[in-house]
Write a protein that binds this ligand. Structure first.
Ligand SMILES: [Zn+2]
Length: 461
C-alpha cells in the first residue's frame, strides 16, 4: 500500500511524529509516493512487438530440448543459445557483460548422456561502489520439452513454456542496459529446467559458494497466456508465488526466531513479494500482482527453487490460469482441438504486462538502498510500545529510514512513517500486537524492501 503525502502527514500527526514544535520540524521526507521518471521510461519502453519477434525466433529452432542438437545453426538448443547470446551482445553493446555459464552434467534421472548445460548470463554492473556487490537476478528458461521429457529430437516449440519468460528477460536486459543503477542486475536465461532445474541450480550453487549477495531473484516461467482451459480470458493479473520459510532447509537461529515471533509471513521472500506487488501495481496501473503464499503450484517446480534452497529470496511469476493442453505436449490434433505449446496460444500484450512488472520491480530494487541490516526490536523490559534499532546503511545517496506496519493477521503493510536518518526509533504501537518492518530510503524517494525486526535485548545485537 502506498500512502499519499497528505495522508502520510495526517498519519504522522495522528501518531505525534509531526506535532513537534515548529522550531524543530521533522526531517523532510523524500517523496516515496511519486513515480520515478527513469522507472516510468523503462516501463514505457517494454515492447510487445520485440517480445513477439524473440518468441517466434525461439520457436523457430524446432526443439530447444536440453539434449537436442548443438551443431546445427538453425535447429536445437545450441543454435538457440548462440542466438540469445548474440542478440544480447547486439542490444547491450558496451553495457551488458554477456557470457555462457556452463557445466557438464553427468547422467541423471532425466539426462541420458553427459550433457553441457549452458546458461546465458548478461550482467549490468551497478554504478555505486557501495551497491555494486548487491545483485538482483531475473530469469527465464529457454529449454523446452515434449510429452516424453526424454524425447530430444521431435518438435517442441515451447512458446509459452518458456519462450515467454526468455523473451521477457531479453527485453528487460536490452531496455534496462540503456540506464544506470546503483546495484547490479543479472539477466539470465537458463537450460535444463525441464530436466531438473539444473541450469538455475548450477548458478545458484556457484553463487552460494562465492557468497554472492543476491538480494532477490525473479523467475518468469509460463507468463504467456491470459486464457484459461475453459477459454476465459483474464489479462488483468499475474500470480506471484512466494514461499514463507523453506521447509527442506535446516533452520538457522534467525529462522527459528522468525517463526517463534510470528514472522513466518515476513521471510525475505515474502518481503520481496510485497515489494514487487506494491511497485508493479504502482507502475503498471490496472494490472494486479496476485501473491500466492506458496513456493509453487502443486506438482510443479521452477528455477526459483534452487535459490530458495540456498537461502536467497526468490519468487515465481506465472499466468493466472494455465491451459495444460498447451504445455509439455506433443503437437497434435484431437478432433478439432489443437494440442501443443504454439505461438497462436500466446497473448504477447500479456507477456509485455508481466515484463513491465518485472521492469518496475528490478529498476526500483537496483536504484534503492539495501534493505537495512541487523534490524531489532528491543525487548530489554516489559512495555507497551515498540523500540526499533538497526545498523546504518552505507550508500552516499541514503536519505533515511521508513517504518512500516500492519496487524499480525494482515498480509500487506497498512501504515508507514518516514523517521529520518536515525538508527533507533520508538513507535507508540505495541510490539505484541503489530508487525513492523524497516526500510531504507534514498534522496530520490526509492524505498528498499522491508526487514523484519528480530527481538534483541540490547542495541547492535
Ligand atoms: Zn517452464
Amino acid at each position: 500500500m502506498q500512502f499519499s503525502r497528505k495522508l502520510l502527514l495526517s498519519l504522522m500527526a495522528a501518531t505525534g511524529a509531526a506535532s513537534a514544535a515548529p522550531a524543530a520540524p521533522a526531517p523532510a521526507a523524500p517523496d516515496t509516493a511519486a513515480r520515478q521518471a527513469q522507472v516510468d521510461a523503462i516501463v514505457r519502453a517494454i515492447s510487445p512487438q520485440r517480445i513477439q519477434a524473440r518468441m517466434e525466433k525461439l520457436v523457430s529452432f524446432g526443439t530447444r530440448h536440453t539434449m537436442s542438437d548443438t551443431v546445427s545453426e538453425t535447429r536445437g538448443i545450441g543454435a538457440a543459445r548462440r542466438w540469445i547470446k548474440s542478440d544480447l551482445e547486439r542490444c547491450g553493446a558496451g553495457k551488458l557483460q554477456v557470457r555462457f555459464d556452463g557445466h557438464l552434467h553427468p547422467v541423471d534421472k532425466r539426462i541420458t548422456t553427459p550433457t553441457e548445460i549452458v546458461n546465458v548470463v548478461a550482467t549490468l554492473p551497478g554504478t555505486q561502489a557501495q551497491s555494486v556487490d548487491r545483485m538482483y537476478v531475473v530469469s527465464g528458461h529457454y529449454d523446452s520439452r515434449r510429452t516424453d521429457v526424454m524425447d530430444f529430437t521431435g518438435d517442441s516449440p515451447g512458446a509459452n513454456d518458456d519462450a515467454s519468460g526468455t523473451a521477457a528477460v531479453m527485453e528487460l536486459a536490452c531496455v534496462m542496459a540503456q540506464y544506470k543503477f546503483d546495484a547490479t542486475l543479472v539477466f539470465m536465461t537458463v537450460a535444463a529446467e525441464e530436466q531438473g532445474l539444473y541450469g538455475a541450480g548450477d548458478f545458484a550453487e556457484k553463487a552460494k559458494q562465492k557468497k554472492w549477495n543476491i538480494a532477490g531473484m525473479l523467475n518468469n516461467d509460463i507468463i504467456g497466456s491470459s486464457m484459461n482451459d475453459e477459454g476465459k480470458r483474464d489479462n488483468t493479473q499475474v500470480r506471484l508465488f512466494a514461499e514463507g520459510v523453506p521447509a527442506d532447509q535446516a533452520f538457522s537461529d534467525e529462522q527459528k526466531t522468525l517463526v517463534r515471533t510470528g514472522g513466518e509471513n515476513d521471510s525475505i521472500t515474502r518481503q520481496l513479494a510485497r515489494f514487487v506487488k506494491e511497485t508493479g501495481e504502482r507502475y503498471v496501473p490496472g494490472f494486479k500482482v496476485t501473491i500466492v503464499n506458496r513456493r509453487d503450484r502443486y506438482l510443479r517446480g521452477g528455477d526459483h527453487s534452487p535459490f530458495l534452497d540456498r537461502g536467497y529470496a526468490a519468487v515465481r511469476f506465472t499466468e493466472p490460469a494455465e491451459d495444460f493442453n498447451h504445455q509439455h505436449q506433443d503437437l497434435r490434433k484431437e478432433g478439432n482441438v489443437q494440442i501443443g505449446d504454439l505461438m497462436q496460444f500466446v497473448d504477447v500484450d500479456y507477456v509485455a504486462q508481466v515484463a513491465r512488472v518485472n521492469a518496475a520491480s528490478l529498476a526500483t530494487l537496483a536504484l534503492a538502498p539495501a534493505t537495512p541490516s541487523k534490524v531489532g526490536v528491543i525487548t530489554a523490559k516489559l512495555d507497551n510500545h515498540t523500540e526499533l534499532a538497526w545498523a546504518p546503511n552505507t550508500e552516499p545517496d541514503l536519505a533515511g529510514y521508513r517504518i512500516v506496519w500492519r496487524d499480525t493477521t494482515a498480509p500487506l503493510w497498512t501504515g508507514s512513517q518516514y523517521v529520518g536518518n536515525v538508527t533507533t526509533f520508538t513507535m507508540p504501537q505495541s510490539k505484541d500486537n503489530t508487525i513492523f518492518g524497516v526500510q531504507a530510503v534514498d534522496k530520490d524517494g526509492n524505498v528498499s524492501p522491508a526487514a523484519y525486526p528480530l527481538p534483541s535485548r540490547q542495541y547492535g545485537k
